[in-house]
Write a protein that binds this ligand. Structure first.
Ligand code: NAD
Length: 337
């Protein structure tokens, strides 16, 4: 059993903990939180041992009726792997803590690539992370683009990717983010930083990205143009993408015309928290002209990185190969619509 500690139990951390708990070869060693809020109470109800992320705040947990198993250092010492899901920048501050206990660490996409030895996407570069001491699971947008680029690169060769990312302003609980009523080129600089992030997975890839932010919380939507190295047909590309376990090619006729209905679909399907772990790619949008491919896809920012974190844990412990890990993760949490 791989004992996994989760430091930072917010949007990503709580989902990763639940996904880890569902794995037959893993268990949750505990979770570390800064404050005894509603998520702390849920964690305890789910049976996760609670550790104080900031030792001086440990008494607050007792005051709130939450028993702690110790402080974060003890969790790091006890765990075989730590998943750091703290806010952007805090992971880098925590790096020396994990190193001091020789505990391999999985960081998230809000950190700079330099935080870890390897930037990671299971479909694209699992083997690069096998046995590594530190791995960064790339951001939600980079995960979505990497899952798309990997099969296209293998099957046809990619000359150039151009992607426009229409980004949600914040997650549903982030009431301080925005815009509330605006449409922002964001970042205004072109190309945006997203392309270089994809290049942490595909160093040779030519990719330019542009970003916008809109008043939505549901998902990001990507408008993608890929110039391939050979002529393709839409039908051939569609078949290739339908064969990818973490891409859901949305069939015509279901009325899934946007992120809102996709989220409803996930809730109706009984998905935990209405999560969509797969890239949701509109089949009807797949269009080709010579070597040019065009399509729209949506990625659920709160959950698409969750199966990737589970695979990253198997990679750093070198306990399964890519195909085994991806299959096991998919089966146990229910990836595949
Ligand atoms: P979040 O704010 O929802 O959760 C972070 C949690 O960490 C909170 O519970 C916070 O209280 C806690 N925390 C703060 N300081 C801490 C500390 N010193 N020690 C331990 N815990 C601490 O953030 P999130 O959205 O889950 O993001 C976490 C990471 O995942 C970031 O790097 C982010 O960029 C990345 N990420 C986020 C999304 C997304 O859309 N939410 C998607 C992909 C990747």
């Amino acid at each position: 059993m791989i004992r996994v500690g989760v430091n930072g139990y917010g949007t990503i951390g709580k989902r990763v903990a639940d996904a880890v708990a569902a794995q037959p070869d893993m268990e949750v060693a505990g979770v570390a939180k800064t404050q005894p809020n509603f998520e702390a109470h849920t964690a305890v109800e789910r049976g996760y041992s609670m550790y104080a992320a900031i030792p001086e705040r440990a008494p607050l947990f007792g005051d709130a009726g939450i028993e702690t198993a110790g402080v974060v250092d003890e969790l790091v010492a006890d765990a075989d792997v730590i998943v750091d899901a703290t806010p952007s920048g805090i992971g880098a501050e925590n790096r020396s803590l994990y190193a001091s206990y020789d505990t391999p660490a999985i960081f998230q996409g809000g950190e700079d690539a330099s935080v870890a030895q390897v930037s990671f996407n299971a479909r694209a570069n699992y083997d690069d992370a096998r046995g590594a001491d530190s791995v960064r699971v790339v951001s939600c947008n980079t995960t979505g683009l990497s899952r798309l680029v990997a099969p296209l690169e293998e099957e046809y060769g990619v000359e150039k990717v151009r992607a426009t990312l229409v980004r949600r302003g914040g997650d549903p609980s982030q009431h301080s983010r925005g815009p509330i009523n605006d449409i922002l080129p964001n970042p205004i600089e072109i190309p945006s930083h997203h392309g270089p992030d994809v290049q942490t997975i595909f160093p040779e890839l030519s990719i330019d990205t542009m970003g916008l932010k809109v008043p939505a919380t549901l998902m990001h939507v990507h408008a993608v143009n890929v110039t391939l190295e050979s002529d393709v047909t839409a039908a051939h590309v569609r078949q290739l993408l339908e064969d990818q376990s973490r891409i859901y090619v949305i069939p015509e006729g279901l009325g899934l015309d946007g992120a809102g209905k996709l989220k409803d679909f996930a809730l109706d399907a009984g998905r935990p928290r209405g999560d969509l772990w797969e890239n949701c790619l509109w089949g009807e949008s797949i269009a080709t002209e010579g070597r040019d491919l065009y399509l729209f896809q949506a990625v659920h920012q709160e959950s698409d990185v969750v199966p990737e974190n589970v695979d990253a844990i198997r990679a750093v412990t070198d306990s399964a190969d890519a195909a085994e890990s991806i299959e096991r993760t998919n089966r146990t949490i229910g990836v595949g619509l």
